[in-house]
Design a binder for this molecule. Structure first.
Ligand code: ZN
Length: 284
């Protein structure tokens, strides 16, 4: 059952994008007061919700990168992997673009980024994500944005993850105190480069399908992990921490009960992103 009213209510608060308005409709309404509610059909809603539920499958209308770009994606991804192996997982979470390029120049085992790869990285970053179905905001407008290591803190027993000092770390400490030690940080700060690595990997595994990748992972620049949000899981629950099954765990139930679940990507959100009950939104 589609909660149409609820969905529409969200849309009014949402700076709606051209996705909801076909070009013809747009042309027809030019010069008139536009009400997006008039143009969202039940069929659109049904298709949209079906797509979000089946986020990890290709759907009609999905946008793919070109075959040429797919080849560049593979070489870029391999280079980023060599960088991660060289600097270690922890340090890689915080890497900025300039530092990454310098590393590639200084370490023969990484090898310098080619011009094609750098152009590809830039194109992906500045491509409007709404053209392939991701409607979230972009908290990092610049590809060169850096994370100041002094403003971060490394979290013990979290596979090298970091959090920002201040609201993010305080929220995490509260969660640990009130939910208990079963609650673990599964993903903290992710710099532009870390997000690139994860996103390109997802696009690679989706056979170049940008839409499919972005249904479960924010494109670089669009992730709130770069400015404070983090993911919480239950220790020992592994990959299932990143599935709806997490909502059945005692950790999730406690988090929810204590009011920590202030979700960035709610069920049936209108941002083109699947439901993410493990993602904790931090108010900055
Ligand atoms: Zn997250």
């Amino acid at each position: 059952m589609i909660k149409r009213r609820e969905f529409l209510k969200n849309i009014t608060a949402f700076s709606f994008s051209s996705y909801f308005i076909s070009n013809t409709v747009y042309a027809k309404t030019a010069g008139k007061i536009f009400n997006p509610k008039d143009f969202i059909s039940d069929k659109y809603l049904k298709d949209y919700i079906h797509k979000m539920k089946n986020f990890d499958r290709p759907h009609k209308g999905d946008v793919y990168i070109s075959i040429e770009d797919y080849k560049t994606l593979i070489s870029t991804l391999k280079r980023l992997k060599r960088i991660q192996n060289t600097v270690g997982h922890g340090h890689f979470y915080l890497l900025g673009l300039d530092e990454t390029i310098n590393l590639s120049k200084n370490y023969p085992r990484i090898g310098k980024f080619t011009k094609k790869e750098l152009d590809f990285i830039e194109n992906i970053f500045y491509k409007k994500s709404s053209t392939y179905g991701f409607y979230g905001n972009k908290p990092l407008p610049k590809i060169t944005s850096k994370i100041n290591k002094c403003s971060t803190i490394k979290i013990k027993h979290s596979y090298g993850n970091y959090l920002f000092k201040g609201p993010a770390f305080e929220t995490y400490l509260k969660i640990k105190k009130e939910v208990g030690n079963k609650a673990v940080l599964t993903s903290g700060i992710r710099s532009v480069i870390k997000q690139f690595y994860l996103f390109l990997n997802k696009v690679y595994r989706s056979n170049g399908n940008l839409s499919m990748a972005s249904r479960s992972l924010a494109p670089p620049g669009y992730s709130y992990h770069a400015i404070g949000d983090f993911d919480i899981g239950q220790s020992g629950f592994g990959e299932a921490n990143f599935s709806v099954r997490f909502t059945n765990t005692p950790v999730y139930k406690k988090l929810n009960h204590l009011g920590f679940i202030n979700l960035r990507y709610t069920q049936n959100n209108n941002l083109g992103v699947r439901f993410e009950p493990w993602h904790v939104k931090v108010k900055i």
